[in-house]
Design a protein around this ligand. Structure first.
Ligand code: NAP
Length: 272
């Protein structure tokens, strides 16, 4: 594993994408961090700072993650790519001694378990968070509290129409947490369904129904609606811009430096 230097050297994978660009902007402005590499399948050879609108950073987009890790010797790799790319990227990073901070959702649960084992075996920390927005983490916490009082609940998650996975990682995690809090958790083997044709209103952990809405104009939103005798309780969180995730990403980059295993969920970094 790379030594802990005062400046955290960061590579962004998926750097030309919507979330990756936001991470590039954030890391390039953050004290104590340096953006040293940018990986994507688009805009190869283009300065990633120009792409992200912050001016030249001298970091060109490459499609060779392994090469970038060798040439830039980063401490952390932030991944916002796709459900089918993320596990391989994280394995490549871990084997190079680089700590993954993963925001990509829709990862196969078996891949997640494998990454957990590899992270612990190599003693290279990993953070995986389906939602880096503090408001969303609190919404999940409040849903856990309400679950004990309201046995009936459904989740509606609403996202932009380019999102590849359904239901969202946040909705799946919320269902898992509610059913664990109620004590009726039974793992649903069905993982996230790729494409917009995916299941709508399907039953997930604890038999909880999740409805997925995909529309242009949306960013990332979720309602958890509890129903009881003569009353309902609605918890709602809205990410109205991708900046909402950046405080959590920065926190995870700092905290992964002190980890020697995988931590799943931002709540396990901020509420412990
Ligand atoms: P996006 O705009 O499509 O960006 C993803 C980028 O990664 C694309 O340019 C994609 O290229 C590239 N890519 C795919 N595989 C790659 C690989 N192996 N190596 C390098 N680059 C690769 O997607 P987005 O909206 O930024 O979302 C990215 C992920 O973050 C999604 O899973 C989304 O659900 C998740 N997300 C998480 C949070 C959170 O808080 N955790 C918040 C928002 C979004 P191609 O177009 O060729 O695939």
């Amino acid at each position: 594993m790379k030594g802990v230097s005062t400046i955290i050297r960061v590579v962004v994978c998926g750097a030309a994408g919507r979330m990756g660009s936001e991470v590039v902007r954030t890391v390039s402005r953050e004290d104590g961090m340096e953006l040293v590499g940018a990986v994507d399948r688009h805009n190869l050879g283009v300065d990633v700072g120009v792409l992200a609108g912050v001016g030249p950073l001298g970091v060109m987009v490459s499609d060779d993650l392994e090469g970038v890790l060798v040439s830039t010797q980063p401490d952390v790799m932030v991944d916002f790519t796709t459900p089918t790319s993320v596990a391989a990227n994280a394995r490549t990073a871990l084997r190079a001694g680089v700590r993954p901070v993963i925001g990509t959702t829709g990862m196969d649960p078996n891949d997640l378990a494998d990454l957990g084992r590899l992270s612990a075996e190599l003693r290279v920390g990993t953070v995986v968070a389906p939602n880096f927005a503090i408001g969303a983490v609190l919404m999940m916490k409040f849903a856990e509290m309400a679950a004990k009082f309201f046995p009936a609940v459904e989740i509606i998650e609403l996202h932009h129409d380019q999102k590849l996975d359904a239901p969202s990682g946040t909705a799946l995690r919320t269902a898992e947490k509610i059913s664990l809090a109620r004590g009726d958790y039974r793992q649903n083997t069905r993982s996230a369904v790729a494409t917009l044709e995916g299941v709508r209103g399907g039953c997930y952990d604890g038999g909880i129904r999740i409805h997925s809405v995909r529309l242009p104009g949306l960013v990332a939103h979720q309602e958890v609606i509890f129903g009881g005798l003569g009353q309902t309780l609605t918890l709602r969180h809205d990410s109205i811009s991708r900046e909402s995730f950046m405080h959590g990403v920065v926190l995870a980059i700092h905290r992964v430096m002190g980890l020697e295993e995988m931590v799943v969920g931002l709540e396990n970094l901020i509420f412990e």
